[in-house]
Design a protein around this ligand. Structure first.
Ligand code: SME
Length: 157
């Protein structure tokens, strides 16, 4: 892929639809997961101007901060804690329209208002999560879930 993104469309559906094939070739051409996480975080931030986009990896029984774009974030999250640790424990995507209403939400940034967390799986095992925060309420829906789950499936081999 060229080293610049070409994003078309006004709706997020159209924008994801032009982004995903480009990420597929980017990630498909590189074996290193950290390098791929770094570029994917940058491309998602660039395309959608999300407040925070990043990855946490499961390392020795905790989620450990990986490549991200956005403000300073918590370094380690335990299983079952916060939105990330809950998505890890439950093994499925969580969409949180209002983080203040999510029991145990971990506020890395007080400006974050809504969030989506998508587990990264190798087989049935969760090996990390993709976490995206928005500074607006109710940012994420089924369109995000569908495309981000497709993206998550590309990240781990
Ligand atoms: N809000 C997350 C913590 C990670 S930061 O948002 C980057 C959570 O509750 O797990």
């Amino acid at each position: 892929m060229a080293e610049n993104l070409i994003i078309k469309g006004d709706s997020k559906q159209e924008r994801y639809a032009t982004l995903l094939p480009q990420l597929e070739s980017l990630v498909g051409a590189e074996q290193d997961e950290i390098a791929n996480m770094a570029n994917v975080a940058a491309c998602l931030k660039d395309t959608f101007s999300f407040w925070w986009v990043g990855f946490y990896r499961v390392l020795e029984g905790e989620l450990v901060l990986g490549p991200f774009q956005g403000p300073l974030a918590c370094t380690r999250i335990r299983k079952g804690r916060g939105v990330c640790g809950t998505a890890w424990a439950e093994g499925h995507t969580l969409i949180v329209p209002d983080v203040d209403l999510f029991p145990g939400h971990i506020a890395c940034s007080s400006l974050s208002r809504s969030e989506i967390v998508v587990p990264l799986k190798r087989g049935d095992e969760v090996v990390g999560v993709l976490d995206i925060d928005s500074e607006k309420l109710d940012t994420f829906d089924e369109v995000d879930r569908r495309w981000l789950e497709r993206l998550a499936a590309l990240m781990i081999r």
